[in-house]
Write a new protein. Sequence first.
Length: 136
Amino acid sequence: MYLVRLIYASRARKGFGPSDVEQILEVARKANAQKGITGMLCFNGYNFLQSLEGSRTAVNELYRHILEDERHFDTTLLEYREIIARDFDNWHMGYLGLTKENQALLLRFSNNLEFDPFKMSGATAHAMLCELSATL
Ligand SMILES: Cc1cc2nc3c(=O)[nH]c(=O)nc-3n(C[C@H](O)[C@H](O)[C@H](O)COP(=O)(O)O)c2cc1C
């Protein structure tokens, strides 16, 4: 089965906090390891950007669950493509919380320091996640 990559953006529900991120990551890392899914999640307290890599079956099934997850909304597909190799093979779900300290990285991929994945192309979102993962 060949590999695919899926990238989406979404918005956290009101009241979503750091302990909710921790809970998602704990469950996600165990489940992703079992299903051969790797990827990267980025969150600034309001918006999520996530890349999922794995078999088409596994990625499609996980995305269906993610679409139904009530902890976030406005889930918007930015990219879906077949890939030759993974970019996040070290991470069953890498995580980077964007803060004022590390947001300077964003300037390379945007005309300002605002993290708004809804305004990004799939290619830009992917390049940014690769750059961010190198800082982990
Ligand atoms: C922003 C976000 C990212 C998520 N990422 C993953 C993930 O990488 N892997 C995973 O198994 N679940 C992830 N989840 C959780 C799934 O939406 C879902 O709760 C989980 O797959 C369990 O689904 P189930 O309770 O229907 O079995 C994520 C949820 C959110 C809100």
